[in-house]
Write a protein that binds this ligand. Structure first.
Ligand SMILES: [Zn+2]
Length: 520
């Protein structure tokens, strides 16, 4: 258990350093085991336990870099996130550990492994090869230095985007197209003796603005600000990262970074991906052209100009939804108060999967907005299977997108018990105002269900090893459970069960739902 209120930059740094030291000690013991005593248990299982110490420190402490509202704590957490990332990279380059793994691989026990154990051995040897262990030492060291640089660049790139704050500040009359309720939620700025409104790059502000604001000029301005998040320095970071990736791939004998990456995925070969995308593009093109023609004709009719800019796309689509399909995003949102959506999400997934959620009243929280739940087997007794957190509203310096984070992975412990997974949804949904609860646009309801798919993937894993636990699967499979959950956000019976107007309590009317489905 972690007491978030007591956490200081010093105690956070100490806890991360302690975890690294403990992992180092455990690895020293693995390395010191004589070759003729090597077993799966004292080599592979022991290594899992060692690595999990650092893994869990990352989920408890480095995670604070995404969610803490204390500047110093966030900064320290970001620093340790990078250090832990580098530490993990460096583990994969340790010659003594590689020697221990090779020693085990040569034993009769290794030859007789089956199932998950055999797969773990195979993947471990593959990853050493991918780190250059079949290359001469000098080249391997080059690969290692480049991998480290890639971690640094990744942290730098993310930080520049997360801390970027930009907005347009405009008088109320320039917000034509936006509902009063939405405008009242914006920050006010007194400028030149007049009240102005600040529309920032936070999702609940920019997205409805791009969909609804009548001013094409302002949509253009906000769109460009959003595209330039991170600024010119980040372009340099990206360019260097691309060069570093190509160099790594080249050193390891792959024709590209893409080929290197895809080897670990279900697609396996770069050619499969290229062919899939080409084929997909060809099939989509006629549909895309037809859509563009409809939007451009619509713009011609109401604005006298058929030129479709990218910052017109959401607006024209949304306008068409309202005029031709009678789908008004804000009117629909009135039927999706966040609490009703959570009730619906819980109802559907508990029913479907035979599980039950209960508020975890005693769970430590990093912010007052955060909710925690324990997951139980609906038919089983006492002990929870897992825990998840929901951190759903925007606040300054918080992670700016929607994502599911693994805070602790499920795995079989050496004593035979199962380590309970802990995960968190971090998102940025519309905040409640004094006049209205948090009302989710339908796209936000989809996002909520999607991210919860990742939570369930983490929560219900029964994998024995960290390497295969929950969402640690091939990356091109990882979205599948989430995409399945999204399906229910379009299901008539499901929507009827949980949508309720925040004032009248009425479920979403059939006409509105029909129109949404037609416009999908
Ligand atoms: Zn996803």
């Amino acid at each position: 258990m972690i007491d978030y209120q007591q956490l200081t930059p010093e105690s956070l740094a100490q806890a991360c350093q302690d975890a690294i030291n403990a992992c180092d000690d455990a690895i020293a013991a693995i390395v010191a085991t004589p070759a003729d005593e090597r077993t799966f248990a004292n080599t592979f299982v022991a290594l899992e336990s060692a690595v999990d110490i650092v893994h869990q420190a990352s989920g408890k402490y480095a995670f604070m870099s995404h969610v803490s509202d204390d500047d110093a704590l966030r900064e320290t957490a970001r620093d340790w996130d990078e250090r832990i990332g580098k530490y993990a990279v460096q583990l994969g380059f340790r010659e003594d550990l590689y020697a221990a793994v090779k020693e085990f691989a040569a034993t009769p026990e290794a030859a007789s492994l089956a199932g998950e154990e055999a797969r773990l051995l195979e993947f471990t040897l593959r990853d050493y090869r991918r780190n250059g262990f079949e290359l001469p030492k000098e080249q391997r060291e080059q690969v290692q230095a480049l991998m480290n640089r890639l971690v640094e660049l990744g942290t730098e790139f993310r930080k520049a985007i997360d801390t970027w704050d930009d907005a347009i500040v405009v008088p109320r009359e320039q917000l034509a197209g936006m509902p009063d309720r939405w405008i009242d939620g914006l920050r006010r700025v007194e400028e030149d003796g007049a009240t102005k409104y600040r529309v920032s790059l936070d999702y609940p502000e920019i997205m409805p603005f791009m969909d609804n604001a009548d001013s094409g000029e302002l949509r253009r301005e906000l769109f460009l600000k959003n595209q330039n998040k991170g600024g010119e320095p980040n372009v340099k970071v990206l360019e260097e990262a691309i060069a570093v990736r190509s160099r790594i791939a080249q050193l390891l004998g792959y024709d590209s970074w893409a080929a290197y990456v895809v080897e670990k995925r279900m697609a396996k070969e770069r050619g499969h991906v290229d062919r899939f995308l080409r084929d997909f593009g060809e099939r989509l093109a006629p549909k895309a052209e037809a859509d563009m023609a409809v939007l451009s004709r619509a713009k011609q009719q109401h604005a006298g100009d058929a030129t479709l800019h990218i910052w017109d796309w959401w607006y024209e689509t949304n306008r068409l939804l309202k005029t031709d399909y009678a789908v008004d995003d804000f009117a629909i949102a009135e039927y999706f108060p966040l609490q009703a959506c959570l009730d619906g999400l819980f109802l559907v997934t508990q029913d479907l999967l035979g599980i039950r959620y209960e508020p975890a009243a005693d769970a430590p929280r990093w912010h007052a907005d955060v909710q925690a739940f324990d997951v139980f087997d609906a038919n089983g007794g006492g002990e929870p299977l897992a825990r998840f957190y929901m951190d759903l509203y925007p606040r300054p310096n918080k992670f700016g997108h929607a994502a599911a984070f693994t805070l602790r992975s499920g795995r079989r412990l050496p004593d035979g018990s199962y380590q309970r997974p802990v995960s968190a949804i971090v998102a940025n949904f519309t905040k409640p105002t004094p006049e209205a609860p948090s009302l989710l646009r339908h796209t936000e309801v989809v996002t909520l269900f999607h991210e919860f798919g990742h939570i369930l993937h983490q929560t219900l894993t029964t994998a024995r090893f960290l390497e295969f636990s929950g969402t640690s699967t091939e990356r091109d499979f990882v979205e599948a459970p989430s995409q399945m959950l999204e399906h229910w956000v379009w299901d008539r019976d499901v929507l009827r069960r949980f949508s309720r107007h925040h004032k009248t309590g009425e479920p979403l009317p059939d006409e509105l739902l029909d129109a949404m489905i037609r416009a999908k």
